[in-house]
Design a protein around this ligand. Structure first.
Ligand code: ZN
Length: 343
């Protein structure tokens, strides 16, 4: 099969021809139908410090995946050949305290598909059955591929109620767009979308048409949000961008007894004013990592079935896997949202 491999501890990646993987007793083998590019893939391709600390080449990367099961290991009872699945990328050990107390998405020995184990930029991939989410047979594989990042947005947003709340979403990359569409569908009364990239801010209009759109390079975001909320601030802040400036603003725009979900990852420490930002307003702060297994997937399924939210406009480009270089270059430009590759 053809696969995109990170061969060396250096920038770049290479298409290689390798044998189809053999499935273990608890795995399934999928024919990869669609795989979306994630920021993590760019880190791995560029060989940033994030990748250097985690990835052990040679390895196939890629992980936001939809595939059809073509064979199952002998101990797999809950999936069958022919099933269409989306891949949950967190591999839980099933034995640690977190796994056994309802938090297997933050397993103490967690491995991530396409980061710690071979990924899915390939014609076929071996996936642990414990990481498979069955999709209705008629699901568009492109939708299946974007459910993993969509789940990041859903998990971050649903750390508390959204209905009838005012919500600020910081960052309108793909996860921010999913978040905006979801909070609009769930009945947020007032939505603020904050993003410095004009292309992305423009896309946000499609996902939450009634939102207020703010560009921090031009607008005084904190002042604008406070003014629009009677000086009280928003009840919910969701920080997805990973920008230090945005993280500070997420607290500054927060109302008393509001809650902040931190979803983005920061390259350096964020300086907050705990007295003003958290203590005196009795803010609640939630870290949000990946997706709850499987609460978030059920939440996503219900949201999609409601017909009130269409995530597909977040897919802006599609390429065959062989054109991965053009696709990754475009992904880095900030001019695309979700990009799908077809092995
Ligand atoms: Zn575990």
């Amino acid at each position: 099969m053809i696969a995109l491999m990170k061969k060396d501890r250096a920038p770049g990646a290479e298409l290689v021809s390798i044998p189809v993987p053999e499935v273990g007793p608890k795995d399934v083998l999928i024919k990869v139908k669609a795989v979306a590019i994630c920021g993590t893939d760019i880190h791995i391709y560029d060989w940033t410090p994030y990748a250097q600390a985690r990835v052990k080449p040679p390895m196939i990367f890629g992980h936001e995946t939809c595939g059809e099961i073509v064979s199952v290991g002998e101990q797999v009872t809950s999936f069958n050949v022919g099933d269409l699945i989306a891949v949950e990328t967190h591999i839980p050990c099933g034995k640690c305290l977190q796994c056994q107390t309802g938090a297997q998405h933050i397993c103490e020995k967690m491995a991530i598909i396409g980061v710690h184990t071979d990924g899915t930029f390939a014609e076929y991939a071996k996936i642990p059955a414990v990481c498979c989410w069955r999709l209705p047979k008629d699901t568009n594989p492109d939708l299946g591929a974007i459910m993993e990042p969509m789940g990041v947005a859903i998990n971050g947003a649903l750390k508390g109620e959204i209905n009838n709340k005012s919500v600020a979403v910081f960052g309108c990359g793909p996860i921010g767009l999913f978040c905006l569409g979801a909070v609009a569908a769930w009945g947020a009364t007032r939505i603020f979308a904050i993003e410095p990239n004009p292309t992305r801010l423009n896309m946000a209009c499609q996902f939450a048409p009634n939102a207020t759109f703010l560009n921090p390079t031009k607008d005084d975001v904190v002042k604008a949000v406070l003014k629009a909320t009677g000086g009280r601030g928003v009840e919910v802040s969701i920080e997805i961008s990973g920008s230090n400036q945005a993280a500070k603003m997420a607290f500054q725009v927060l109302s008393k007894r509001g809650r902040v979900s931190l979803v983005g990852l920061y390259a350096k420490p964020v300086e907050l004013e705990p007295n003003d930002d958290i203590i005196e307003k009795e803010a609640r702060v939630f870290g949000s990592a990946g997706r709850l297994m499987w609460q978030t997937w059920w939440d996503m399924q219900k949201l999609l079935e409601s017909g009130k939210f269409d995530p597909m406009p977040a897919i802006t480009h599609r390429f065959p896997l062989s054109e991965f270089q053009d696709a990754l270059k475009l992904a880095k430009s900030g001019e695309a949202a979700k990009i799908i590759l077809y092995p």
